[in-house]
Design a protein around this ligand. Sequence first.
Ligand SMILES: Nc1nc2c(c(=O)[nH]1)N[C@H]1C(S)=C(S)[C@@H](COP(=O)(O)OP(=O)(O)OC[C@H]3O[C@@H](n4cnc5c(N)ncnc54)[C@H](O)[C@@H]3O)O[C@H]1N2
Ligand code: MOO
Length: 399
Amino acid sequence: MADGGRLHTPQEALDSLSRGLAPLACEWVALEVAGDRVLAQTLHARHDTPPFDNSAMDGYALRAADSGKVLPVSQRIMAGQQALPLEAGTCARIFTGAPLPEGADSVIMQEEVDVRDDGAFIPAGLAAGNSVRLKGREITTGTELIAQGTRLNSAALGFLAGQGFDQVPVYRKPRVGLLFTGDELKLPGESLAPGQIYNGNRFMLMDLLVRFGAELSLVEQVPDTLDAMTQALDRASRQVDVIVTTGGVSVGDADYVRRALESLGELDLWRLSIRPGKPLALGHIDQCRFVGLAGNPVSSFVGAWLFLRPLLGGLQGCKEMHVLPEVTAQADFETETAGRDHYMRVTLQWDGDSYRAYAFEDQDSSILRSCVTANALAVIKAHSKIMPGERVRCLLLVS
Ligand SMILES: Nc1nc2c(c(=O)[nH]1)N[C@H]1C(S)=C(S)[C@@H](COP(=O)(O)OP(=O)(O)OC[C@H]3O[C@@H](n4cnc5c(N)ncnc54)[C@H](O)[C@@H]3O)O[C@H]1N2
Ligand code: MOO
């Protein structure tokens, strides 16, 4: 049973999430769909890249020692063709990426060559190796290509394709079930009766979860009763790796989430000393992890960035997702905090010298508009006062 009396620090929440956290199983997926997936094994080079010496320029290949002469052009080599050995005392017309003929040791770009009836005049003084990309310059057979735990970006996919990989071993995506509480919630497209609102968190959290690498297996609206929430959590815990709820985690009469969780599993931690997102609840039902986000939209948004991202990162074996990258910026605002650390939504702009942090005027946790153009969270410690121009720590919202 979590200690309801004391507010916990974000670090305590991260420690709780890290306990027993290990990457999911390895699976092989097609390279086309491996973007943003995390490598489950270190991969090694299958061959040298480039696989053969080749020209870096459109021009002429020759022996550098022959420069300063008119050389007859004995062959023409395009990219993708095979070259014949270079005849002594000649040069070869060659194009970028084409294999260097055996016997040549350099290339001169065509702009520096005087083409005459009897051949190509190559200015004297050409150095061996000029404009040649040597076999294995990028990587040699057997050396490490990309380390286990690396999240594959677009360049990594191209690099692996260059090594002939059409499948790669990655950690399985965490299966996530997303549950909503709140009988006031309707879906866009439906009409609103008095007192009802649209379920904005559904769309925001689905998108964030996918960005954090989740496979959304379950998205469900749960009626505001203890029974319905208990049944929904029970069902979900048998299907997914992580259950995320939003709303119903505070102290209101219809806030059943914690009670339902405790009847099935364990509430590990409840309530953080942060604003927004104080009522966050963490726990588990058997092996299934539970994260209960506070229902206010900004509380869910901030909670997802601070806690779902590292949790999903850990399940995918991705260390870089454990903490958000950070910068310092000059506050363009004035603020004063009370007893909780404030994660203010700010837009960072480079002013030529440093980053300036612009805060949306209304920082209430119900104002999702404050997040729409935000690209960072400025962390303002409890019981502090910030004046314009002061430096503040900002966590970058990069998934
Ligand atoms: N007496 C107290 N009341 C509240 C406390 C407290 O400590 N004592 N904490 C406040 C704080 S801080 C927060 S944050 C909220 C969070 O409460 P819940 O997690 O139980 O969230 P709900 O009450 O269900 O909803 C809060 C708010 O957000 C709206 N909401 C809920 N779900 C969605 C959704 N999917 N999409 C859009 N908006 C949603 C809901 O209508 C409410 O307006 O509790 C404070 N109260
Ligand atoms: O902790 Mo709540 O999220 O401030 O409104």
